[in-house]
Design a protein around this ligand. Structure first.
Ligand SMILES: [Zn+2]
Length: 149
């Protein structure tokens, strides 16, 4: 980490703080040559391993757009979708892994979506879990009824 004032490459960390959401670390650094101080922010990267084998950075907006499709025509507000996206991201990040599989992202969506709207949940689950016949739907509905009881 070069000093932004004199480009010296030797700096020392004088203070380290983790942000409230736990996603980033702020470090206060001091240059050993000019003694000026500056702050750096490091954020942890969460990667998603796709079924195709590709790896891409986790993108909360993709979670939201996927869920939005399942929510068409349902009384769900944009804030609800945002809150859901945040919950999913926090859930995944709280596992402390650098990489998760795309199925795990889908699974992390199911629970908060069920709480939000059961119809949207059924739509999402049917696509995500590859429902193939009525029995699959019936099982999911039975499970929902059990959880509601
Ligand atoms: Zn310096």
């Amino acid at each position: 980490m070069h000093c932004p004032f004199c480009q010296n490459s030797d700096t020392k960390v004088v203070d380290t703080r983790i942000s409230d959401d736990g996603h980033s670390i702020r470090r206060r650094r001091e240059c050993t040559r000019c003694s000026k101080r500056f702050t750096t922010v490091e954020s942890t990267m969460l990667l998603v391993l796709k079924n195709s084998g590709n790896v891409e950075p986790f993108d909360r907006s993709k979670v939201i757009s996927g869920v939005r499709k399942a929510c068409q025509g349902r009384p769900i507000k944009e804030e609800d979708l945002k809150a859901l996206g945040q919950r999913v991201e926090e859930d995944l990040r709280s596992r402390g892994l650098a990489q998760v599989r795309s199925e795990e992202v889908g699974r992390a969506i199911l629970e908060p979506l069920r709480e939000l709207d059961v119809v949207a949940y059924m739509r999402f689950a049917s696509v995500y879990q590859n429902f193939e016949n009525l029995d699959d739907f019936q099982r999911a509905i039975d499970m929902l009824k059990q959880q509601a009881a």
